[in-house]
Write a protein of this length. Structure first.
Lengths: 148, 148
DNA sequence: CGATACAATGATAATGACTTTCATTCTCAA
DNA sequence: TTGAGAATGAAAGTCATTATCATTGTATCG
């Protein structure tokens, strides 16, 4: 459950402006719904949290927000996309995914582990010739609500 | 590039039989194409490697192989599914994903890192009440072929 | 304070990966 | 050999997501 301050909204407006896009009311609603969730949310959850928001507008504005680097789409286990704030707005974290119901939660790991992850990423990068831009350490399992 | 021996094929036949399914010629072709690739392959790549294989048969048999635990579907960055052998047939590994072209390669990390990953997974599990069944440590970047 | 250019909206149609259907063919087991 | 049931492949269907387009909103310039 993240709450964004004014400077964050100013930064978001700037990123949109770079692509000649506006920070409209709908886009602000989307950003606030996503920030308030504090975990990746599906379109259905977004539509439920923003009554009256047409599905087509939700998808279109989500695309704009993704293009401008405000929102990120995260791949889950089911075939519903999920959306969260870009990493530099939400802070570095990873995910805990339920293989049964598809829900996703945020998880933060120890600095020691994160350092090991980063070093491993760099080792592979220099070895394989990739330019690594991101690492994902996601845990998949069964959430308490889905356990027998 | 993995080649499967006879005992692997026997094991695959057994897993299918548990669900009253048969290890047909098409299914064997699919398994061999996937094993030979040594990385997650898309439907397009599979169809290209198996001339004459109808798309509907490819999808249907892939589903059977997934249900019986022979093949695993891995989420990429584009909207094409990719398929690889189940972990106990291919060995534990992770992925190096190109954000530009969507290609995926296998990567194996040091035992020390794998141990740290496993311990982190267990720590989160006991803390959050999840039963963790899998961890994914995927590196996302730009592959040498896509670099400017 | 308009006027104008252009982005945003939302209902609807289209796209495309994937799934299902179904009549026919194949295959295992008795 | 034969019958039960699984597999096949062409075609139709599903469903999340994307594009279209006429209309509306909104910054900016004179």
């Amino acid at each position: 459950m993240t709450t964004l301050d004014d400077s964050a909204h100013t930064e978001i407006r700037l990123r949109l402006a770079r692509l000649d896009q506006r920070y409209t009311r709908l886009r602000r609603v989307l950003v606030e719904v996503i920030a308030a969730a504090g975990r990746p949310v599906s379109i259905l959850e977004i539509l439920a949290s923003a009554p009256g928001l047409p599905q087509s507008s939700a998808y279109r504005n989500l695309s704009s927000l993704i293009e401008s680097g405000v929102v990120r789409r995260v791949p889950g286990t089911d075939d519903h996309g999920r959306f969260e704030l870009a990493e530099d707005l939400a802070g570095h974290h990873h995910h805990l995914v339920c293989a049964r119901c598809g829900s996703v939660e945020d998880v933060r790991h120890s600095p020691a582990l994160e350092q090991a992850l980063g070093e491993a990423a760099q080792a592979v990068a220099s070895q394989q010739g990739y330019r690594i831009t991101e690492h994902r350490f996601d845990l998949v399992g069964v959430c308490p609500a889905c356990l027998p």
